[in-house]
Design a protein around this ligand. Structure first.
Ligand SMILES: [Zn+2]
Ligand SMILES: [Zn+2]
Length: 117
């Protein structure tokens, strides 16, 4: 069984399903487990600067004005955020949303046979 192929198919399926759900108003863009910009699982590209939003506070520590560091542990399927200045972890609702989306995408990518959509 080719796991890489199955994972790719699962990703493509999830991307299309989430594109449709977002387009029709059923899904918040920030709850997506696939990235509409990078076309990857969100945990695979959440490190990108494109995922920093000063407006919504995603990957952003507002009091410090700094970008949060994100650590994805693929083995334990956990995601942690950390501010390089005040050293806080995930705390705000935006942080919780980002961590939840990344952990869900990790889980979906790990179990390609269980369709994400
Ligand atoms: Zn992305
Ligand atoms: Zn901070």
């Amino acid at each position: 069984m080719n796991t890489n192929l199955l994972t790719r198919i699962a990703l493509t399926d999830a991307l299309v399903a989430e594109d449709n759900a977002e387009e029709s108003g059923f899904l918040d863009a920030l709850d997506r487990i696939t990235c509409p910009l990078h076309r990857r699982w969100v945990h695979q590209c959440c490190h990108s600067d494109s995922h920093v939003s000063r407006v919504s506070g995603h990957r952003w520590c507002r009091p410090c004005g700094r970008v949060l560091e994100v650590a994805v542990d693929e083995v334990r399927a956990t995601v942690a955020l950390r501010c390089p200045k005040c050293h806080r972890g995930a705390r705000t609702r935006a942080d919780a949303q980002l961590v939840a989306a990344c952990e869900a995408s990790l889980a979906a990518a790990r179990h390609p046979l269980r369709r994400a959509a």
